[in-house]
Design a protein around this ligand. Structure first.
Ligand code: C2E
Ligand code: MG
Ligand code: MG
Length: 404
């Protein structure tokens, strides 16, 4: 049921509106301005209350933009419209009282339909966002999350988790994949599956990826400097194609690696096909420049995109990451097993690395090893963990297990 907020100070008007609207709508007739922060689908305000709370209403509209939040002003002055044209910035409709009940309802219905359409448009563009509840609740949750995400970096709410990558033939640790987590003050740990699609749509992904790049490389340097004798470790960082629009990308990465004394080959940038859907000349140039520096590119989630083979043809990559959805069907689905074997053979033919994602059982590991898959990551070895929890694993998977 649509929720209508009544900010009507004139008692008689308020009583009448509640009486007319209550059977059809959930009416909130709170005199409290805080009600503006709660969910509502339409607000009816009179000129007295408007003078008091127009700023809150405007903030609410800005926050929900581009979703339509209808605001209706009721007034006894027919000339208000022409006298105060600036009202239209906030108010969508002025209802001059007295007004017949049926006309009022028809006008409200029209505005609510418009809101519904704008809600649907917005929801249609955010499939992938995991929220529960009614459509309006979901949208509100999304808008809140979107607004909160703007401050996540500055408030230190993002965390880097790391998942070990293991050389299957030797069980040795070769490096990590860095995976972002968001410690939301109210919602707790938010999965990247929820907020990365949102960040991609609002371009906040640019800042998030940059933060992860810097954080993960700095962490790698720290681990490396604590065990100077161990072979160099690598770091996989997920990267979105919007980074390629930044002309200084190559210099930024070169300077970062140089400052941290890391070899460019230690950095593997993981790109999904989804992110490369519309590659431009700039993307090709940037990838070529970074590769000539020594930085490696891996095609992430290989196999689940529209044209994995086509991408392989047009992008010179250094490795493939076989998607988890294939790995977890090894030994269960004969076709999938064939596909995995072929993908491994293909990578070997192309002389590029292959990493199996999402290894959860010893049987999967053994099978992949037998098929010649070089590297693997998955819960069998370790879930993604924060830096502190990873430190002991560096010794466990470093081949020094015999020494304890
Ligand atoms: P991805 O890059 O393919 O990362 C692998 C995902 O598989 C991670 O999910 C990891 O936790 C999960 N995983 C690894 N091993 C297993 C396993 O054995 N079983 C199961 N069930 N899952 C396993 P996560 O951390 O939730 O990340 C999801 C996706 O979010 C990532 O997929 C990546 O596409 C994206 N993402 C994460 N961090 C970042 C980031 O910093 N930047 C960008 N652009 N995307 C990121
Ligand atoms: Mg990845
Ligand atoms: Mg992946």
């Amino acid at each position: 049921m649509p929720r209508i907020l009544l900010l009507v100070d004139r008692q008689e008007n308020r009583r009448l509106l509640v009486e007319w609207l209550s059977p059809r709508y959930e009416v909130c007739a709170s005199p409290d301005d805080d009600a503006i922060a709660q969910r509502f689908d339409l607000c009816i305000v009179d000129s007295l209350a408007f003078q008091r709370c127009w700023k809150h209403l405007q903030a609410r509209q800005d926050r929900e933009h581009p979703v339509f939040v209808p605001i209706v002003l009721v007034s006894a002055h027919p000339k208000l419209k022409s006298q105060q044209p600036q009202l239209w910035k906030i108010v969508d409709e002025i209802i001059v009282t007295p007004i017949p009940k049926t006309e009022l309802q028809a006008r409200i219905e029209r505005l609510l339909r418009k809101r519904q359409q704008s809600l649907q448009l917005k929801l249609g563009s955010i499939e992938g966002l995991e929220t529960q509840g009614s459509q309006a609740d979901r949208l509100l949750a999304l808008l809140e999350l979107e607004a909160d995400l703007h401050h996540a970096i500055e408030r230190n709410e993002l965390q880097a988790y790391y998942q070990p990558i293991i050389e299957l033939a030797t069980d040795r640790l070769v490096g990590f994949e860095a995976l972002v987590r968001w410690q939301h003050p109210q919602r707790g740990l938010v999965s990247p599956v929820t907020f990365i699609p949102l960040a991609e749509r609002t371009n906040q992904i640019f800042e998030i990826d940059r933060w992860m790049l810097k954080t993960a490389c700095t962490q790698l340097q720290q681990w490396q400097s604590r065990s100077p004798d161990r072979p160099t470790l690598q770091m996989g960082v997920n990267f979105t194609s919007c980074q390629f629009h930044d002309e200084t990308l190559c210099e930024t990465i070169a300077t970062l690696l140089d400052r941290l004394n890391l070899h460019p080959q230690q950095l593997k940038l993981e790109i999904t096909e989804r992110s490369l859907l519309e590659p431009t000349d700039t993307t090709h140039e940037q990838i070529a420049r970074l590769r000539s520096l020594g930085v490696e590119f891996y095609l992430d989630d290989f196999g689940i995109g529209y044209s994995s083979l086509n991408y392989l043809n047009s992008f010179p990559v250094d490795g493939l990451k076989l998607d988890r959805s294939f790995i977890n069907k090894i030994g269960i689905n004969a076709n999938t097993s064939e596909i995995v074997q072929s993908a491994i053979a293909l990578a070997r033919k192309l002389n590029i690395a292959v990493v199996a994602e999402g290894i959860e059982t010893i049987a999967q590991q053994a099978q992949l090893k037998q098929w010649g898959c070089q590297y693997g990551q998955g819960y069998l070895f370790s879930k993604p963990l924060d830096a502190r929890a990873i430190a002991p694993l560096i010794h466990r998977f470093s081949g020094d297990r015999t020494s304890g």
